[in-house]
Design a protein around this ligand. Structure first.
Ligand code: ADP
Ligand code: MG
Ligand code: MG
Length: 251
């Protein structure tokens, strides 16, 4: 699904290397967690995959189902099946949530050469998904994320995923003080959307989130590289002993 090889990234503005050769392969249907100390480059990795400005890829590749996403603009990445959820979802005053979702879905479909979804079909779709996720109709009409509580934003993020049906979801929850309820929302949402054809990369600082989302693989990132990978027990090791032992061992 995702194949990142030797990815090196520097800041555009200054000569600062942030990713120093990231290798990451995520199979279809797998859930991978990326953990690691603050400043190790986890968020940078998700920004670069999303196509955010300000970063320069100096080496390496990132393929989504064999297609090089680094060559695509952000819209093309979305159409190719990439979805990124960030800690602080963007607020869009003046644009209703439902209008936003329908526009996003139809622009993806258009980019794929598929027919747009009619208003009637979209209404049916969003009502069904919202019901599954216990999202009330009122939230669908409000401007995107404006004045949403932390929990509502998380719920909305899951709704976006449910509607857009991405192949690869990257969730950067790092450093976010997700409370227990929000964490449960995210993990229930991820678990509900887990499927053979859909993969997840969950970036998290906290092992707690991984109590609810059992990952297939846990990676530890440090100083711009993935330095260790293992099973879910690796997250428990981090929880118990912190990063120092693992980093000393791989140094
Ligand atoms: P993490 O998400 O693992 O905490 P980040 O990707 O946020 O790490 O940051 C990795 C490193 O890159 C840090 O040292 C951070 O200060 C630096 N960095 C990232 N973006 C910028 C930027 N725009 N300007 C300066 N330094 C940056
Ligand atoms: Mg950080
Ligand atoms: Mg981060």
């Amino acid at each position: 699904m995702l194949d990142i090889k030797g990815l090196k990234v520097k800041l555009e503005e200054e000569d600062k290397q942030i990713l120093k050769g990231v290798d990451l392969a995520v199979g279809a249907g797998e859930v991978h967690a990326i953990m690691g100390p603050n400043g190790s480059g986890k968020s940078t990795l998700s920004y670069v995959l999303s196509g955010r400005d300000g970063y320069e890829v100096t080496e390496g590749s990132a393929l989504l189902e064999g297609a090089d996403i680094l060559d695509m603009d952000p819209e093309e990445r979305a159409a190719a099946g990439l979805f990124l959820a960030f800690q602080y979802p963007v607020e869009i005053p003046g644009v209703g949530n439902m209008t936003f979702l329908r526009t996003a879905l139809n622009s993806q479909r258009k980019a794929r050469g598929e027919d747009e979804v009619s208003s009637a079909d979209f209404l049916k779709l969003i009502r069904a998904k919202a019901k599954d996720l216990k999202i009330d109709a009122e939230m669908l009409k409000r401007p995107v994320n404006v004045g949403f509580s932390g929990g509502e934003k998380k719920r909305n993020e899951i709704l976006q995923m449910a509607i857009l049906e991405p192949k690869l979801c990257i969730l950067d929850e790092t450093d976010s003080g997700l409370d227990v309820d929000a964490m449960k929302l995210v993990s229930d949402g991820v678990n509900a959307l887990r499927s053979e054809g859909r993969s997840f990369v969950v970036i998290t600082h906290y092992q707690r989130l991984l109590n609810h989302i059992t990952p297939d693989v846990v990676h530890i990132m440090s100083d711009g590289r993935i330095v260790k990978s293992g099973g879910p027990e690796l997250a428990l090791e981090v929880e118990e002993n912190g990063y120092a032992d693992i980093l000393a061992e791989v140094a």
